[in-house]
Design a protein around this ligand. Structure first.
Ligand SMILES: [Zn+2]
Ligand SMILES: [Zn+2]
Length: 313
C-alpha cells in the first residue's frame, strides 16, 4: 500500500538527504543513476515456442540503481536474464569488486522476478553474501525450497526481511519503501517499491492484478505521481483485444489503455512521469514503431525500453 503519508514522509526524508553533505565536487556528472535493464514480461520475447517471432527482443523487467558516490549498485528483481543484464550494467558502471551487486530487491516469486538468483550460486558466480531483500513469505520460500535454500546455506545470498508498508534505510543515500500489491501470490507476497535517492523518488510496480484492487489497498491512481520523478507501471497487456480467442476479462493486469484513461486528466508533466514496463510478447508497444507505441507517446506517457537511463541527482 502506497499511502499519501508514506509519500509525504519519503519526500521529507528525500529533502533531508538532498541537503546532507555529499562528495558532490569530485563526483562524476551523474551521482545517482537509474537504468532499465529489461522491460518485458517474465518470459521475455521471443517467448518459448515462438521461434518465428522476429519482433524486438525483450528481457524481463528489472531496474538497476547506481550510487557512484558510495560505489554501489542495486538491482530491482533478479530475472532469468540477469547474466546479460548485469553485463549491460557493467558496461555503464563497472563493478568495484567481484559481482558488484550491493543488494537485490525482489518483488515476488514469479519466474521473471527471482529466477536470476540461481546465478549467484555455486554453479555460476559463487557470490558471497549478496544482500537479497524480500518479504517474509518470499524469504521463507527461498530458505525452505531448493535450489534457493542452497544459496542461503552456502551464504551466496544474505536474506534481509522486509515488511510492507515500511520505510527501510538501506544506507545513508538510499531509502526503499516496499508496499503491497494485489497479485496471485502462490509462493510469496507481491510488493512494489518506492526508492528514494538524493531527494528523488522512483516507483517500481511491474506486476499487479488491477487498479480496482490497488485502490482497495489504498494505493490506486489518485496522487500516483505526486512527489515522484518516475513511475514504472505494469503494462503486461495493451487492451482486451490482445489475445484472440481468449476471454481477457478473466486475465488480470491493468491494460495500458485503462491506465492511460485513468490518468488522462493529469497535467502533461505528471503524465510524462509514467513509464510502462513488463509488457508481454504479444503487446504491440513492444515495437517502438507500432501505432500503439505512438498512441502512448501522443497521450503524453512513456514506454520503458531496455537501456533507458535516468539521472536522479
Ligand atoms: Zn511478472
Ligand atoms: Zn507476477
Amino acid at each position: 500500500m502506497m499511502t499519501d503519508r508514506i509519500k509525504q514522509t519519503l519526500t521529507m526524508l528525500g529533502t533531508m538527504l538532498l541537503v546532507a553533505p555529499t562528495a558532490a565536487q569530485e563526483a562524476p556528472i551523474c551521482q545517482n543513476e537509474l537504468v532499465v535493464l529489461g522491460a518485458g514480461q517474465d518470459a521475455g520475447a521471443p517467448q518459448i515456442g515462438n521461434a518465428d517471432d522476429d519482433g524486438p527482443r525483450l528481457l524481463p523487467s528489472s531496474l538497476a540503481l547506481i550510487d557512484r558516490v558510495a560505489g554501489k549498485r542495486y538491482l530491482f528483481d533478479a530475472t532469468p536474464a540477469i547474466t546479460e543484464q548485469l553485463a549491460m550494467l557493467d558496461a555503464i558502471e563497472p563493478p568495484k569488486e567481484g559481482l558488484g551487486i550491493d543488494g537485490i530487491f525482489l518483488t515476488h516469486a514469479h519466474i521473471g522476478h527471482y529466477l536470476g538468483l540461481v546465478y549467484l550460486g555455486r554453479e555460476a558466480a559463487g557470490a558471497k553474501n549478496v544482500p537479497v531483500y524480500a518479504m517474509p513469505r518470499m524469504a521463507e520460500f527461498l530458505r525452505t525450497n531448493g535450489p534457493w535454500s542452497q544459496l542461503v546455506e552456502l551464504e551466496n545470498i544474505d536474506i534481509q526481511v522486509l515488511s510492507a508498508p515500511s520505510i527501510h534505510a538501506v544506507d545513508q543515500n538510499l531509502i526503499v519503501a516496499p508496499f503491497l500489491a494485489p497479485h496471485r501470490d502462490e509462493y510469496s507476497e507481491t510488493v512494489g517499491y518506492v526508492m528514494i535517492v538524493a531527494g528523488k523518488s522512483v516507483m517500481y510496480l511491474p506486476d499487479f492484478d488491477s487498479w480496482q484492487k490497488m485502490d482497495e489497498l489504498g494505493g490506486g491512481t489518485a496522487n500516483l505521481t505526486d512527489g515522484i520523478e518516475a513511475v514504472f507501471i505494469d503494462a503486461t497487456f495493451y487492451d482486451d483485444n490482445e489475445l484472440p480467442g481468449r476471454d481477457m476479462s478473466q486475465i488480470p493486469h491493468p491494460r495500458v489503455t485503462e491506465t492511460m484513461d485513468l490518468l488522462k486528466d493529469l497535467p502533461p508533466k505528471e503524465r510524462a512521469k509514467v513509464h510502462f514496463i513488463h509488457y508481454n510478447h504479444t503487446n504491440p508497444i513492444r515495437d517502438p514503431e507500432s501505432a500503439e507505441s505512438r498512441e502512448v507517446g501522443a497521450n503524453g506517457f512513456n514506454i520503458a525500453r531496455r537501456g533507458d537511463r535516468f539521472c536522479l541527482d
